[in-house]
Design a protein around this ligand. Structure first.
Ligand code: ZN
Length: 259
């Protein structure tokens, strides 16, 4: 059984730590800071066996040098030469064995051009997706380097995964995302239930991540750009002038950027 636990970093990042129950080999995802990682590994008696990187932003890669100085391990990540520490440069459709599990690499450009996600179907439990800053719980990443059509294409790829997939994103942005989602879809009953549930988690300082793809499909406006309620809302508020999914996505993303 694969254990996946969050190591909080900075103000709202999660560095995910993967290990098999009863085994001391651990892989971490997007270590922006080495200190909390080394502390968590020492506390749990785990040994660093590798690092997964989703994209080049510093809050996802800033801990690489210190972790590699601590232990020389493989670093799986994008084929972006700007991230010099990567030892295994990955492309769309590549399959890699990490901790004895087969992971499929998905290129998901938009937030950055080099962004990749790691998907595993056979984890001993539900399928898992590590999607960095592309799909968030209740939202999606800002479109910094790509364009809206590219980002929507990436989100559509993720949306086609099995509904039971656990979505491990890299930030605790959920309540702000859901507040925006409620502005887009004030009558979405599943969204209201999610806000109530997730607020209860935050009140107890419990992470809202991972969510599931099923929940995102029901409540995340960025995966709902073809839903009549979302289309009608952005047209009625004159945030979009066309009802095609890219126009609607661009309107919703632009609205969130200033929300
Ligand atoms: Zn980022």
């Amino acid at each position: 059984m694969l254990d996946v636990t969050p190591i909080p970093a900075f103000s709202d990042n999660y560095i995910w730590c993967l290990n098999h129950s009863g085994d001391n080999q651990a892989v971490v995802v997007d270590p922006g800071d080495a200190r909390p990682v080394l502390k968590a590994l020492a506390e749990r008696g785990l040994e660093l066996a590798g690092v997964i990187i989703t994209h080049h932003h510093f809050d996802h890669t800033g801990g690489l040098d210190a972790l590699l100085a601590h232990r020389k391990v493989p670093v799986w990540g994008p084929a972006n030469p700007a991230i010099s520490q990567i030892s295994e440069r990955l492309r769309e459709g590549d399959r890699v064995a990490i901790l004895g599990i087969e992971w499929t690499v998905m290129e998901v450009p938009g937030h950055t051009l080099d962004h990749i996600a790691f998907y595993a179907e056979d984890t001993g439990g539900d399928p898992c997706l590590f999607c960095g800053d592309t799909l968030f719980a209740g939202g999606c990443g800002r479109v910094f380097e790509g364009n809206p059509g590219m980002m929507l294409g990436s989100l559509d790829k993720l949306a086609a995964l099995p509904a039971s997939t656990r979505i491990y994103c890299a930030h605790e942005y959920t309540m702000a995302n859901l507040a925006f989602a409620a502005a887009v879809e004030p009558d979405n009953a599943a969204l209201k239930a999610r806000i109530s549930h997730d607020q209860g988690l935050r009140d107890r300082d419990v992470p809202t991540v991972p969510s599931t793809l099923a929940l995102e499909l029901d409540t995340n406006p960025f995966l709902r750009c073809a839903q009549p309620a979302v289309v009608d809302k952005v047209l009625a508020e004159e945030r979009a002038t066309a009802s095609d999914p890219v126009s609607v996505f661009a309107a919703v993303r632009g609205w969130k950027d200033n929300f």
